[in-house]
Write a protein that binds this ligand. Structure first.
Ligand code: 6GU
Length: 239
């Protein structure tokens, strides 16, 4: 997968050199380039923003630098991703969609956002996804891009050693995962649940399923409400 990121803070993206994203890049599974939006300014002050039409607080990103940037980095097969608090929720399903794209372009807005015409114009040539991480406001899209790239990179074929960790994990199944434990069996007076040390794989699977349902009910009732009823069996209903 090829990824181009456009931002006024290219330095924000050094974490993408680390850990498993760094490894995916080194192995050639992922090719990331970061671009400074100010490359595409033409005035001496390298201005990227101006006051909003209609008035109101803050500044809006001007269309011309964004046009230069997107004309330079997009291709016929690009998918444009614009992190924004007014986007649709970024979910595991959205991560799967992005993971199938051959080319992602991220446009990082700052201030009150990017002039809407930039996105409307891009949408005449390519799919555009405005995505939000959640119901809170960040200074800009940079950190969101790092989050999205973590979620997407771990779905790329060849990145994770064990494909089971993708099917077993929280959200893959629409429920939260059960708690996990490792050695020692006793620690500060807390004990690892006996069932996990029983060696009875049927009982362990049943226990994990139950914990998963209880956790989801307590913490994310919205997920449980949207869970397909045909995926609940008689044991689940008893739990
Ligand atoms: Cl993706 N961007 C910004 N700027 N703020 C956010 C967000 C994204 N998601 C939640 N808040």
């Amino acid at each position: 997968m090829r990824v181009d990121i456009v931002s006024i803070f290219p330095e924000y993206f050094s974490p993408l050199e680390l850990s498993l994203i760094g490894k995916a890049r080194a192995s050639g599974l992922l090719d990331i380039a970061v671009h400074d939006l100010r490359t595409w300014t033409s005035d001496v002050h390298r201005t990227v923003d101006d006051t909003p039409y209609g008035g109101g607080p803050g500044m809006v990103m001007r269309p011309e630098p964004w046009a230069g940037a997107l004309d330079a980095v997009t291709r016929p097969d690009s998918l444009l991703v614009v992190p924004s608090p007014v986007g649709t929720p970024f979910t595991q399903a959205a991560a799967h969609e992005l993971a199938t794209a051959p080319h992602l372009v991220f446009a990082c807005g700052r201030y009150e956002g990017i002039d809407q015409r930039v996105l409307d114009d891009a949408a005449t040539r390519m799919p555009v996804r405005e995505v939000s991480l959640g119901d809170y406001v960040l200074f800009g899209g940079e950190v969101a891009v790092i989050v999205i790239m973590e979620a997407v990179t771990r779905l790329l074929p060849g990145v994770l050693g064990n494909a089971d960790s993708l099917t077993e994990e929280s959200h893959a199944a629409g429920l939260l995962e059960a708690p996990v434990y490792t050695k020692p069996a006793q620690w500060r007076g807390h004990e690892v649940p006996a069932v996990l040390r029983s060696g009875d794989h049927g009982r362990i699977a049943r226990w994990r399923r139950e914990q998963s349902l209880l956790r989801t009910a307590a913490r994310r009732p919205d997920l449980l409400a949207g869970y397909p009823p045909e995926r609940l069996d008689k044991h689940d209903r008893a739990a």
